[in-house]
Design a protein around this ligand. Structure first.
Ligand SMILES: *Cc1c(COP(=O)(O)O)cnc(C)c1O
Length: 343
């Protein structure tokens, strides 16, 4: 059939949705659930006949208080996916290059291509951390950084990140989706006073609210203004925004306690994996990345047991690998039982 769609879409695939398993450890969401105060607000519901605030003013206010920046330094989005997409569109002219660590968040090359920006992969180091000097050396007008990096889970030292922020000649996007699992505060506050840095965060991971689709970015007000032009109005739905504001203001203790649980379970799980001869990379997030030539076989064995994990085939540096989200211990024990039986 004749197609009238853009010809460059031929090179892209829809996000592959693997068959959902009863236990879903594929997407690094919070396996302990959603925070209590935000959940209560959702149960209360509310009137939805009117549009929400165009740019998410209440959410901006809550973020500004958490980060310690002005509301003019905050952009909100339908997930941080949306913020990333809008930023690439706002700062990348057609044909511009975007340098990114490889492997990293799978949507980055996709958003680049959809915005007619050329993705330039830069292999991560042998420990899974970004090669910041190689990223800088591309002199790309947009550099995407991710720390802790998805899928390798590796954090990049702050001084290495700062080297990019100090020396980049264009926009630096720093994705801090997993910042709540680290002991560092990240660069959000600093981004507000720099001219070329956007820090992106999400409520989908540590905050346990992936289903609501809430993300945000922090940058200089001029950067924010450009991103909001490409974003357009009404990206946050009214009830989701209300729950997000509540989570940021009242659920911080719950979020930090569950993040601590995830870290404790991660270390225990990683030790067991090493015993099994399946050593993961050192993780600073709520998931582990396990390079192994048996990745496909192990993924199938886990799926047969009703447990979904994310299979990566032929990644740069690490070849085949599985990424496993950390969950309460009885679930990790089930994963280990399958892996032991498959050993
Ligand atoms: C999950 C994830 C996101 C997307 O988060 P949403 O807010 O749900 O769109 C962005 N970046 C990284 C690195 C992620 O792992």
């Amino acid at each position: 059939m004749q197609t009238f769609a853009r010809s460059d879409l031929d090179a892209l695939r829809r996000y592959a949705d693997a068959t959902a398993q009863p236990v879903d450890l594929t997407d690094n969401t919070n396996q302990w659930g959603s925070p209590p105060a935000a959940s209560e607000i959702l149960r209360e519901g509310g009137a939805v006949a009117r549009y929400p605030d165009m740019y998410g003013a209440a959410m901006k206010d809550a973020v500004a208080r958490v980060v310690g920046c002005s509301v003019q330094s905050v952009v909100t989005g339908n997930g941080s996916d949306d913020v990333l997409d809008c930023a690439i569109r706002a700062f990348g002219s057609p044909g511009d290059r975007l340098a990114y660590p490889d492997p990293t968040f799978v949507m980055i090359p996709v958003f680049s291509r959809l915005n007619s920006v050329v993705p330039v992969p830069v292999p991560v180091d042998s420990d899974g951390a970004m090669d910041v000097d190689a990223l800088l050396a591309t002199k790309a007008p947009i550099i995407y950084l991710c720390s802790p990096n998805n899928p390798t889970a590796t954090a990049t030292p702050e001084n290495a990140i700062r080297r990019v922020l100090d020396n980049a000649t264009g926009l630096v996007i720093l994705d801090e989706a997993y910042i709540d699992f680290t002991t560092t505060t990240g660069f959000a506050r600093e981004a507000a006073s720099r001219s070329n840095v956007l820090v992106c965060r999400t409520l989908s991971k540590a905050y346990g609210m992936a289903g609501l689709r809430i993300g945000y970015g922090v940058a200089h007000p001029d950067v924010i203004e450009s991103i909001e032009k490409s974003r357009g109005p009404f990206k946050l739905n009214l009830l989701a925004e209300r729950a997000a504001v509540t989570a940021l203001s009242h659920d911080r203790d719950w979020v930090m306690a569950r993040a601590a649980d995830a870290i404790e379970h991660r270390e225990r799980f990683a030790a067991e994996l090493r015993q099994l001869g399946l050593p993961p990379l050192s993780s600073a997030a709520n998931f582990v990345f396990v390079p192994t030539p048996r990745a496909a076989t192990l993924t199938l064995a886990l799926e047969t047991a009703g447990i979904g994990v994310r299979l990566f085939v032929n990644t740069t540096r690490f070849g085949d690998a599985i990424r496993i989200t950390i969950a309460p211990w009885p679930i990790m024990e089930r994963v280990l039982a399958v892996l032991r039986a498959a050993a």
